[in-house]
Design a protein around this ligand. Structure first.
Ligand code: SF4
Length: 357
């Protein structure tokens, strides 16, 4: 272990110098404000920068200020979020905007302790905003930081254990001490994202190679180590795309599962990978008509679940709403849909179920 304050000071300086020479020009860096930094951090949780960039642009365009976001209808926020997944992030984003307007008069709170009180803001995001925007000396600890620190300092215990995590937090606090908090935090995260990457670390051109335990011990790809294996679950979803020549049936998802509050075609879920009997489709939805086509969509991977979906295109007699919404084909695209359904609609004709060319 190399944790003397002299050693950490040298490493911090090298990281900051590297950052100044290599940082990407990103819209939340060229114009810094608490609103923009917060928005970017929420979008980038579990999302790569390249994927998050267009979302950031669309949000800023639709809601130039936090007041604009706070007063927008939730459905509009969810619609703009569509495709990013983890919809609770979008809901919390909206709630936090309202809280900033209602509790702080539209002025984003400026201390870590206040920022962490906002919905959807955990220690990482609060530290990022407090340091980047307000210069507070709070070290961020995300996946990039964990990888860089554990490699450089030779932490070989599993990083998902509390004691190891605390050790990494203590080292990051030591590294940031006395440095520019914004440059240091952004620097170490950017370094992890671009230079010290999980599978293709560029050690040969690395400025801290001489200080790196993993490099010296030929253990770059053995670190960081994780102990827990996430148990995955497979789910088999059958969506009924019923159409009476005018409308489709749509339902809103509940609160207790993935895709909370989003809209979908009526869904039947089975335990195994079986095709539903036609009678079953009709009786469960009280429909009559004929099944034109059954299509499989490709496997859709969520953090802990693998989804396998089939779409049953049904030509039906006049549809009645009952517990569903009646929606025309044109209106369908204005609803916030799970990415799996949205992608399906991009590739298949809504009425016939035939693949587009
Ligand atoms: S030498 Fe390699 S493993 Fe060590 S910090 Fe540099 S890029 Fe990362």
């Amino acid at each position: 272990m190399n944790d003397s304050s002299l050693g950490t000071h040298v490493i911090s300086r090298l990281l900051i110098d590297w950052y100044k020479a290599n940082k990407r020009e990103l819209p939340w860096r060229t114009e810094v404000s608490a609103y923009r930094t917060w928005l970017s951090e929420i979008i980038l949780q579990q999302t790569r920068v390249e994927q998050g960039l267009p979302y950031f642009g669309r949000f800023i365009e639709a809601f130039p200020t936090i007041e604009d976001l706070a007063t927008a209808p939730e459905d509009r926020v969810l619609k703009l979020w569509q495709g990013l997944g983890y919809y609770s992030r979008a809901r919390n984003l909206h709630k936090a905007a309202k809280m900033v307007v209602d509790t702080y008069g539209g002025q984003f709170p400026s201390s870590y302790e206040e920022i962490i009180g906002l919905p959807g803001v955990g220690p990482y995001t609060a530290a990022a905003i407090a340091s980047i925007v307000f210069g507070e000396e709070k070290a961020v600890v995300d996946g990039n930081v964990i990888r860089v620190i554990s490699r450089v300092f030779g932490i070989t215990e599993p990083v998902d254990q509390t004691a190891t995590r605390k050790q990494i937090e203590a080292l990051s606090a030591l590294l940031i001490a006395g440095q520019d908090p914004s440059d240091f935090n952004q620097g170490i995260m950017e370094f992890g994202a671009l230079q010290c990457t999980p599978k293709q670390a560029d050690c040969s051109s690395c400025p801290i190679q001489n200080h790196c335990w993993a490099y010296a011990n030929d253990a770059v790809y053995d670190i960081p180590l994780k102990s827990k294996k996430v148990k995955r679950r497979s789910r088999y979803l059958h969506f009924i795309v019923a159409n009476d020549g005018k409308n489709f049936l749509l339902e809103q998802r509940g609160d207790d599962d993935i895709w909370r509050g989003l809209y979908q075609f009526p869904l039947i879920e089975t335990d195994g990978d079986v095709e539903l009997a036609i009678d079953e489709v009709f009786s469960s939805l009280k429909l009559d008509g004929k099944v034109l086509r059954v299509n499989k969509s490709s496997k859709h991977v969520l953090s802990h679940q693998d989804l396998f979906a089939r779409f049953y295109h049904v030509e039906s007699g006049a549809l009645t709403a009952e517990k569903y919404l009646l929606v025309s084909g044109a209106e369908l695209h204005t609803f916030a849909l799970p990415r799996l359904i949205d992608r399906y609609l991009e590739n298949y004709d809504l009425r016939t179920g035939k693949k587009r060319h």
